[in-house]
Design a protein around this ligand. Structure first.
Ligand code: TNX
Length: 539
């Protein structure tokens, strides 16, 4: 060991030690989540006062609009409104373009007692820098203060992964738009940049469709809902209708709302399984004849899946065209999870199609199904994401895989040079219990994903070679809502666990430390209190 250390040039060693030293800063003074890639503590404070000016080198609307976020936040906190100046060195917050920053989302933030300088490559970098500033302003600051003090610091920051997501399942329960906006606002404070919205399932369809209106007229409503756990016997139902859907106008507004916070919405239309609500509206796209399907009142995996007919694909293309008109992001999630093959096995049409297309079996048919949908979306310039079951029977050529059952699917996909988002349920599902004493928590699915476990998760499996590891583009926390009927419970399950995931997705592994995270969290949580978020204290 000492011998090998001797071989390291002294300069390098000194540099290394000084770097380690520089990072051992006073966490309490900088309670930032996710922890920045590099932070060098400074002494003294900068005081934001009504005379402080904002200086932006780029007068392009996108840049000014983003800096305005800071003005709004200072106004909310202190009650005074900052103005712009063309050129002002002292008592200013300057935003300067720096093409040398390599990461699109990267920024540097230098707080000196006399002025603040933010360097950015793109507007998103400005926005993340402002979120960092926002967390440096104590949430406990009283309205009407004369100035806001920010601790001197030099931060050089950029994310570890480009995909840092949270999934909200609005199909099992309909959640009001106001709540979804509040949720996205919280995510953006912690630099989560993807909001995956699960728009349909056996229990409900949530997007208005102009072309196929029965989807929302019929598919959005179920007669009643199962009470208790799905495995309880005998089954009990609440006898109360439940449902709702989002109009296209509302969804477009949501897209804009998220975009203003640099969050991209990833819409999911889950097919060919989890489709019973679609079939309740349009039974002709199923494999059974003369059947009436119901929007399901039960949880669990359902047998009624879409039949891969030409009509079904035409229907899906129509629906996905509407989806693309609303959601401009690159990724469209097409589901592909938990597809029982019973209906396809029993269908003469499917068996014939398997032969005609020279497919091996029903798994091959699932690949055929997903690949056809992918081809259509690729032809429109979009990319698909699918759950890891889309590997079975062969992966569609350009698909990104969300590895949810464990990491195996993700590992296999990375080896095939496909992009991967790691969401193994045992580590990143936030619909599970957060303590061992279940009686103090809301009733849930089961499972156990405490804050510490999510925090410790590393999305890059050691079994992958460096070349293969590059295909892991990120990670995501998932909130499935079978047992989460209200926004209050959704918040309790999501926060602070989604914040742990935010740090997993952003912070270099070498800087992660759970005790330190919890310390920062305790100081940071009043920001959520202020937003009236019903976060959990069970950690
Ligand atoms: C599996 S995760 C599902 C969801 C459920 C979740 C929890 C995934 C791709 N599929 O449909 O909500 O388990 O029960």
């Amino acid at each position: 060991m000492t011998r090998s250390l001797c071989r390291i040039p002294l300069v390098f060693l000194t540099l290394l030690i000084s770097q380690m030293w520089a990072y051992a800063y006073d966490t309490v003074r900088y309670p930032i989540i996710p922890k920045p890639a590099q932070l060098i503590a400074g002494s003294g404070v900068f005081k934001i006062t009504p005379q402080t000016k904002i200086v932006v080198d780029n007068q392009h609307e996108a840049f000014k609009k983003t800096t305005a976020v800071l003005i709004r936040q200072v106004q909310e906190t202190a009650g005074f409104r900052l103005g712009y100046a063309k050129d002002q060195k002292l008592n200013s917050i300057s935003f300067l373009l720096d093409p040398a920053i390599s990461n699109e989302e990267g920024y540097t933030l230098v707080i000196n007692p006399s002025h603040i300088v933010v360097r950015y490559k793109a507007p998103v970098g400005i926005f993340w820098a402002i979120q960092t500033l926002r967390q440096l302003i104590p949430a406990t600051e009283k309205k009407g203060v004369k100035s806001i003090s920010l601790p001197a610091v030099k931060i050089t920051d950029a994310p570890r992964f480009k995909y840092r997501g949270v999934l909200l399942d609005v199909a099992r329960y309909y959640f009001p738009m106001d709540f979804i906006k509040k949720y996205i606002d919280v995510l953006s404070l912690y630099k989560i940049n993807k909001f995956h919205i699960h728009l349909n399932d056996d229990q409900g369809w949530r997007m208005e469709s102009k072309k196929y209106p029965k989807l929302h007229e019929i598919g959005a409503w179920r007669k009643e809902t199962l009470v208790g756990h799905r495995t309880d016997v005998p089954e009990k139902f609440d006898g109360k209708p439940h449902g709702g859907y989002y109009t296209q106008k509302e969804l477009k507004e949501l897209v804009q709302y998220a975009q203003d916070r640099f969050v991209t919405i990833v819409p999911e239309i889950d097919v060919p399984g989890h489709s019973q609500a679609i079939l309740a509206a349009y039974p002709q796209y199923g494999c059974l004849e003369d059947t009436t399907y119901q929007v399901s009142a039960r949880w669990g995996v359902h047998n009624n899946i879409l039949c891969p007919t030409a009509d079904t694909f035409r229907f899906l293309e129509g629906v996905l065209t509407e989806v693309m008109e609303i959601f401009p992001g690159k990724y469209i999630h097409i589901g592909g999870d938990e597809v029982p093959k019973d209906r396809w096995k029993a269908s003469a049409f499917c068996q014939d199609l398997i032969r005609k297309q020279d497919l091996k079996d029903e798994h091959g048919l699932q690949s055929y199904f997903i690949s056809r949908v992918e081809q259509f979306l690729n032809s429109k310039g979009r990319a698909i994401i699918g759950w890891d079951e889309i590997l079975e029977g062969g992966l569609a050529p350009n698909a990104t895989v969300m590895s949810w059952r464990n990491e195996k699917g993700g590992i296999a996909a990375a080896k095939l040079k496909h992009e991967v988002i790691m969401t193994p349920s045992n580590y990143t599902y936030i619909n599970m219990y957060q303590t061992r004493e279940r009686n103090q928590e809301p009733f849930s699915n089961g499972g156990f994903t405490p804050l510490s476990k999510i925090y410790a998760y590393d999305p890059v499996p050691e079994t992958l070679h460096a070349e293969e590891q590059k295909y892991i583009i990120g990670t995501q926390a998932c909130l499935w809502t079978e047992y989460i009927p209200t926004p209050a419970i959704a918040e309790f399950m999501s926060f602070p666990r989604a914040l742990a995931l935010a740090e997993v997705g952003w912070t270099p592994v070498s800087h992660k430390n759970y005790e330190d995270f919890v310390k920062r969290l305790r100081i940071n949580l009043p920001h959520l209190e202020k937003k009236k978020v019903n976060f959990s204290r069970l950690f």
